[in-house]
Design a protein around this ligand. Structure first.
Ligand SMILES: CC(C)(COP(=O)(O)OP(=O)(O)OC[C@H]1O[C@@H](n2cnc3c(N)ncnc32)[C@H](O)[C@@H]1OP(=O)(O)O)[C@@H](O)C(=O)NCCC(=O)NCCSC(=O)c1ccc(O)cc1
Length: 129
């Protein structure tokens, strides 16, 4: 199973050339991750009261530019579940055209910033995707 996140390209995402400025894609990716965690019953507003989920690494390829009004679909898939880490992939399409792809690693940390094991409920949820 994969998770699809719909993102319309808004005025605020675009640079003077009329195309999406790449940091805005990183924000879209994070919004996609936050929506995914909500979908699996681990909303960030609850999770982040007692833990953190920073991104340890992210690599991205931008295949084609996006413009104001484009309807993007960002597909998230779970690639690997570690002890405290989670590898995700992202593929953003506008219709049949690919706009960007990314791979990231999130780490579940305790309040001291040390990696901690994902709860069993989270592992079970991740394993569905
Ligand atoms: C991620 C870290 C806590 C890892 O600390 P480490 O001391 O390396 O921890 P450990 O050695 O115990 O490793 C823990 C795990 O992380 C994995 N790890 C650590 N570094 C990496 C890198 N670079 N790549 C992949 N995996 C990594 C490691 O393999 C361990 O995985 P498991 O075997 O599955 O447990 C630390 O490097 C760190 O704090 N980095 C800075 C993170 C940061 O500032 N990111 C950018 C901004 S935060 C952010 O994007 C965000 C988004 C959304 C939010 O709600 C909150 C924050």
């Amino acid at each position: 199973m994969s998770f699809d996140f719909n993102q319309k390209v808004l005025f605020k995402h675009c640079d003077p050339a009329g195309i999406v400025f790449y940091p805005r894609y990183f924000e879209m990716i994070n919004d996609c991750v936050e929506a995914f965690f909500t979908q699996i019953g681990l909303p960030f507003e609850e999770l982040l009261k007692t833990a953190g989920v920073p991104t340890a690494q992210i690599s991205t390829t931008f295949q084609n530019p996006s413009r104001h009004g484009d309807a993007l679909v960002i597909r998230l898939a779970v690639v690997r579940i570690g002890r405290s880490s989670l590898d995700l992939s992202f593929n953003a399409m506008c219709g049949t055209e690919q706009r960007f792809s990314a791979k990231s690693t999130l780490v579940y940390i305790d309040p001291n910033g040390a990696g901690q094991s994902w709860p069993e409920t989270a592992r079970n949820a991740f394993s569905q995707y």
